[in-house]
Design a protein around this ligand. Sequence first.
Ligand SMILES: Nc1ncnc2c1ncn2[C@@H]1O[C@H](COP(=O)(O)OP(=O)(O)O)[C@@H](O)[C@H]1O
Length: 357
Amino acid sequence: MDETPTWTTGTLTGNSEPCFSFGVIADIQYADLEDGYNFWGSRRRYYRHSLHLLQSAVEEWNKEGNLLEFVLQLGDIIDGFNAQHKTSKNALGRVMKEFKKLRAPVHHIWGNHELYNFTRDYLTQSELNTKSLEDHIFLGSAAKGQDSPGDATAEHYYAYHFSPVTKFRFILLDAYDLSVLGRDKSTQKYQDSLKLLKEKNPNENLNSPTGLAEPHFVEFNGGFSQAQLDWFNEVLTFSDRNEEKVVVVGHIPIHPDSTDDSVCLAWNYKDALSVIHSHQCVVCFLAGHLHDGGYCLDSHGVHHLTLEGIVETPPGSHAFGTIHVYDNKLVLMGRGRIPDKVMYYTKYEDKCKYNCL
Ligand SMILES: Nc1ncnc2c1ncn2[C@@H]1O[C@H](COP(=O)(O)OP(=O)(O)O)[C@@H](O)[C@H]1O
């Protein structure tokens, strides 16, 4: 980092100083287990050590003091192996104990490993439901299908938005709204998701992308329901009208150029992208899931940043970051495997140009 930030907190002010900052961390996948490997046996997974990396990330963030407004935990907080060992609640308890030492609030995203360990109803009642931190604004009729945090209706999805300072908003999306993971088999969403997955993936093992025209149609990915996309569109309409900048957060990447393979993408990523591209306000999409980092600036001037995962980070290295929010850019200060990055907001006129093409 060649930029040494000086600090002011408050609204986006028009000056050159950062306005606030937030932490990012992805794919902790803690389990009290010996190291293992990914599916291909090519990358080591440090299940037990991931807790130590979280501990030191929390210590580092706490040193940043009041400047750190919140932390985004991008999903897969504990590993699916906990379900097999019946240690899910215990493992979650250990990880949450570390997060509680943080002097800033944490916003939690749900990934596939949350759904290997817990039902959606359990998650809704758990500390991993941070929707109570939602900002309340008036949205149009398309947003009516959205459930409140306490609701545990069978078809619910987990998404919300918040505004830490005037003119800046974060939207957390549920990339497993359409999924066969975590949904009761009796629900319409389960049936529809299974039908879609099987149409796109004829393999006996639905986690296998072998031979697929669209290799991202695997069981460990998921997608967005039309109800969620309508709600998303309503929030972005509000943000456009209020001339806000928006960062969107989800577990699974939604742009092919922000992943190193064609597998780690949300099923209907194109639908999410087209909602984003029909608005001016989105500056960045943040994701995890891949474990390797990824980045692209898309055709509409939106940055897509995929974060390196903690679980595949060896002792001696790290994988978390702090993003400093300026009037004209986001500055990622990465630690360990996560490189620093400066992401300038695309000017409104340039976005208009893209949108007219
Ligand atoms: N190419 C593949 N073929 C078949 N199964 C796979 C493949 N890749 C992953 N899987 C399986 O899918 C599940 C999720 O994969 P995993 O790599 O553990 O996901 P994550 O990256 O979210 O930890 C695991 O059960 C894994 O064995």
